[in-house]
Design a protein around this ligand. Structure first.
Ligand code: AMP
Ligand code: MN
Ligand code: MN
Ligand code: MN
Length: 283
């Protein structure tokens, strides 16, 4: 198992734990190098930094920016960012700002499907209302008993092109990578297999990502089996991109992978975290 976990969420975005509780859970589970990567949000990093110092965990400041590559929604993780970077802060503030209106549109669709009161219900679950997300809607639908679990909420209603799906313009891929680089971070293409792209399109995405200054591709992530991990590592290598690994943990009992549960990398490949491991104090 890797002692590294470079992708997870707190309740500053759509995770279930406070930043401090998240760090404590990671420490208990053997994580030595942790990146907190809330969606479009860095306000949890200070509390996480304090908790990490107390727990003997090395914390990398991170973020996961919601972006579009043409018509395809993609996520870009930034690692080792300066959370005070003006360019980054202005960028993610803009990305967050469309979420409430989008949530209203999602709720309208759910109302038409006979599910009333979902805006209030989802909002009540969001500890950071500006970061209202489909995850909060999914949790609310589960709580109301309208779906069996989160997966069913996405499969039946909230997933791409399902009846309550609302298309949205996030940051352009170019902007997301640019803000991360302006903040001194490494840009990582998150969970590539989830975009459901054929290999030729995936190569086109990686070529664009590399040309924009992207640094790495997530190879170990929830939803990648060993075959997908090996495939992604191979394609990343073709573009001279490093690899990354993260659980994408959101909440206990809800996520596919828990913190610190990551399998080893599949192939000889260049881990994006080498630069921080070398700098990190030994435990
Ligand atoms: P949003 O940023 O509002 O579009 O919400 C996207 C979030 O929904 C992702 O970050 C995941 O946390 C969550 N999500 C997407 N698909 C699923 C799924 N099938 N099961 C559980 N959570 C999902
Ligand atoms: Mn999420
Ligand atoms: Mn993501
Ligand atoms: Mn994530």
């Amino acid at each position: 198992m890797l002692a590294v976990d470079l992708h997870c969420h707190s309740n500053r975005s759509d995770g279930g734990l406070s930043p401090a509780a998240l760090v404590a859970r990671a420490a208990e589970r053997g994580v030595k190098l942790l990146a907190l990567t809330d969606h479009d949000e860095v306000s949890g990093l200070e509390a996480a930094r304090q908790a990490a110092a107390a727990a003997g965990v090395t914390l990398l400041p991170g973020v996961e920016i919601s972006a579009n590559w043409g018509a395809v929604p993609v996520h870009v993780v930034g690692l080792g960012i300066d959370p005070g970077s003006a360019a980054l802060l202005a960028g993610i503030e803009r990305v967050r700002s469309g979420r409430v209106r989008r949530a209203e549109a999602i709720a309208e669709r759910l109302t038409k499907l006979g599910m009333h009161g979902t805006l209030e219900g989802a909002m009540a679950l969001a500890s950071n209302p500006a970061m209202i997300s489909r995850t909060h809607f999914a949790r609310h639908l589960v709580d109301r008993g309208w779906v069996r679990d989160m997966n069913a909420a996405f499969r039946r209603f909230l997933g791409t092109d399902k009846p309550a799906y609302v298309r949205h313009r996030w940051a352009e891929l170019r902007e997301a990578v640019g803000w991360i680089r302006a903040a001194g971070g490494a840009a990582v293409l998150a969970h590539p297999a989830r975009y459901d792209l054929r290999t030729a399109r995936l190569r086109a995405l990686l070529a664009d990502f590399k040309a924009l200054g992207g640094a790495a591709v997530e190879v170990i992530t929830a939803g990648h089996d060993t075959v997908q991990a090996a495939r992604m590592a191979r394609i990343a290598g073709e573009f001279d991109l490093a690899v990354s690994a993260g659980s994408d943990f959101h909440a206990p009992g809800e996520s596919w992978l828990d913190l610190g549960q990551l399998p080893e990398l599949p192939l000889p490949c260049e881990p994006v975290w080498r630069r921080w491991i070398d700098a990190a104090p030994r435990h």
